[in-house]
Ligand binder design. Structure first.
Ligand SMILES: C[S@@+](CC[C@H](N)C(=O)[O-])C[C@H]1O[C@@H](n2cnc3c(N)ncnc32)[C@H](O)[C@@H]1O
Length: 282
């Protein structure tokens, strides 16, 4: 039964969220949802949380083409280690950071089983002490597009600090595109007994809200017998023209933007660009 407190919480949520306002829940770190996420990362039938193997291999080839064997690589938001393992197998010295304990535990177990030496850190990547020891930093699957301008600028300058002179930062970001709308969250509600958000009876109210400058949020209000929790996924789409000045303003000396994800000419995926930012010594 909804009590007064829950109803008052829901009334507050009935309004348009302020730009990049966070939800009250965290879908990456809450144990039940994190477990659902891990299944999604590993599911070869969907690109929901990680891309499928074929695209991961193409991404690794894109990275390997640009770096020497034995490079030091930092993967920010490494999830269960789908990229870190392949980079380690390519002969690099790899560190993966993620604040999902569930993903990091899985990644550590998997590396051990395969005999791979990978340094995994379970931490918020905004809280890392970076020290200029990496040849390469990477952040794959649109993470940069989930940040407010302030957080984006902060992580870019932290990443720059993590790189050696001559180091590179590789990331991908969605472009404003109609294709992207295929995954749009319609204004909708449903009740369920067990599902992605909760293991027991719950109600989900979901919608996508649009803002200026190619920003949007998918909001999920989840109500169970104890509480009302909101989860928000923010998306800021960029173009070559809008991402370049942002990266240069963070102190990188050169930017290369590749239309088509990781040089893959796959027509099914025209909604991403790949960015390589150079930390060239002046
Ligand atoms: C869309 S997933 C991509 C995972 C991985 N890069 C891949 O493509 O397989 C985003 C990842 O970033 C992690 N993440 C998000 N924000 C984070 C933060 N502030 N600190 C550390 N990890 C974070 C999440 O836990 C999740 O594993």
């Amino acid at each position: 039964m909804l009590n007064k407190e829950m109803l008052s919480e829901m009334t507050k949520l009935g309004v348009r969220p302020a730009l990049f306002e966070r939800g009250t829940g965290n879908m990456w770190t809450e144990p039940y949802i994190a477990n659902q996420m891990l299944s999604a990362h590993l599911d070869q039938g969907t690109d929901a949380a990680s891309r499928r193997e074929e695209m991961i291999e193409k991404t690794i080839a894109f990275i390997n083409k640009r770096i020497a064997k034995g490079s030091t690589v930092l993967d920010l938001g490494c999830g269960p280690g789908l990229y870190t393992e392949r980079l380690c197998e390519s002969g690099h010295s790899v560190t993966g950071i993620d604040f999902s304990e569930n993903s990091i535990n899985y990644a550590r177990g998997s590396a051990e089983r395969k005999g791979l030496e990978i340094d995994y850190v379970c931490k918020n990547f905004f809280d890392m002490e970076y020290d200029g020891c990496y040849d390469v930093a990477m952040q794959i699957y649109g993470e940069i597009g989930t940040f407010s301008d302030k957080d984006r600028d902060k992580i870019l300058s932290l990443i720059k600090r993590a790189l050696k002179p001559g180091g590179i930062f590789i990331f991908d970001v969605p472009v404003p595109s109609k294709v992207h709308e295929a995954s749009k969250v319609e204004k909708n509600w449903y009740v369920g007994t067990k599902g992605f958000w909760r293991p027991e009876a719950h109600l989900v109210l979901e919608e996508r809200v649009y803002y200026e400058n190619n920003i949007k949020v998918d909001q999920f209000i989840v109500v169970d017998d104890k509480e009302v929790v909101t989860y928000r996924n923010w998306f800021h789409d960029y173009t070559k023209e809008t991402i370049e000045p942002v990266v240069l303003a963070a102190g990188f000396s050169k930017v290369q933007v590749t239309d088509n994800l990781f040089e893959e000419k796959d027509k099914n995926d025209p909604e991403w660009i790949t960015v390589v930012a150079y930390n060239t010594r002046k």
